[in-house]
Design a protein around this ligand. Structure first.
Ligand code: B4P
Length: 191
C-alpha cells in the first residue's frame, strides 16, 4: 500500500496535489478539512463547535481528529491501494496517534512536505477566498492559520524527518512542476 501524508502551510497546494494523486495513482483521498466542512454542513452540535474554531483559524482538538481517523481506517476497503492523508497530522500528538493506528493496521506512510513562501500562500488563499465562500480564507484568519502552522504543525515535519520517512517538495512553482517532483519521489519509494 502506498500511503502518503501531505503536509504544508495552508494554501500550499495539498488539496490540489491530492486530486492529481487520486487521478494518477488511484489513492483514496482523506482530507480532514473536507471532513470537517461536511460535519459543519450537517448542522450537528459537533459541527457547530468546529465551525467557530475553523472560522477563527484555530485547530480542531486532537481527540476529535484522532477519532475521525480511527473511524476512517477501521472502515477502509480491503482492496484500497493506498491513502492520501491531506491535512493530517497537524500536531505531534496526532502524528503519534497515527503511527500507532497505522502499526495496528500493519501499514506505514511517507511524508511529503510542500514548502511554499509565505507571500505566495497568502496570495493564493486570498484569491481562493474570492470564490470559495470559506470563512477562513480572509487575511486575518490566514495570518492566524500561518501562526499555528509554524508553532504547532511544523514540528510534525521533524517528527517524520527523524524517522527517515520524510521528503521535502518545492511547492512554489506551477501545479505541474510540484506534481512532477511528487511523482518522482513516489516512483522511487515504490521500488
Ligand atoms: P484544509 O482544508 O486542510 O485547507 P488548506 O490548508 O487551506 O489548503 P490546501 O493546502 O489544501 O490548499 P489548496 O490545494 O486548496 O484545512 C482547513 C482548516 O480545517 C484548518 O485551518 C483547521 O482549522 C481544520 N483542520 C483540518 N485538518 C485538521 C487537523 N488534522 N487537526 C486540526 N484541525 C484541522 O490550494 C490553495 C489555493 O492555491 C487553491 O485555490 C489552488 O487552486 C491554488 N494553488 C494550489 N497550488 C498552486 C500552485 N502551484 N500555483 C498556483 N496556485 C496554486
Amino acid at each position: 500500500m502506498l500511503n502518503v501524508i501531505l503536509c504544508g502551510a495552508p494554501g500550499s497546494g495539498k488539496g490540489t496535489q491530492s486530486d492529481l494523486l487520486v487521478k494518477n495513482y488511484g489513492l483514496k483521498h482523506l482530507s480532514t478539512g473536507d471532513l470537517l466542512r461536511s460535519e459543519i454542513k450537517s448542522g450537528s452540535s459537533l459541527g457547530k463547535q468546529i465551525e467557530s474554531l475553523i472560522a477563527e483559524g484555530n485547530l480542531v482538538p486532537d481527540h476529535t481528529m484522532i477519532h475521525l481517523i480511527e473511524h476512517f481506517l477501521d472502515n477502509l476497503e480491503k482492496d484500497c491501494p493506498g491513502i492520501i492523508f491531506d491535512g493530517y497530522p497537524r500536531t505531534v500528538d496526532q502524528a503519534e496517534a497515527l503511527t500507532l493506528m497505522l502499526t495496528r493496521h500493519k501499514m506505514s506512510a511517507v511524508m511529503l512536505d510542500l514548502y511554499v513562501e509565505e507571500d505566495e500562500v497568502i496570495k493564493r488563499l486570498l484569491e481562493r477566498g474570492k470564490v470559495s465562500g470559506r470563512a477562513d480564507d480572509n487575511y486575518e484568519t490566514i495570518k492566524q492559520r500561518l501562526k499555528i502552522f509554524h508553532e504547532v504543525t511544523k514540528p510534525v515535519c521533524y517528527y517524520y524527518l527523524t524517522r527517515h520517512n520524510y521528503f521535502a517538495i518545492n511547492g512554489n512553482n506551477s501545479v505541474e512542476n510540484t506534481y512532477a517532483q511528487i511523482d518522482t519521489i513516489l516512483q522511487l519509494v515504490q521500488k
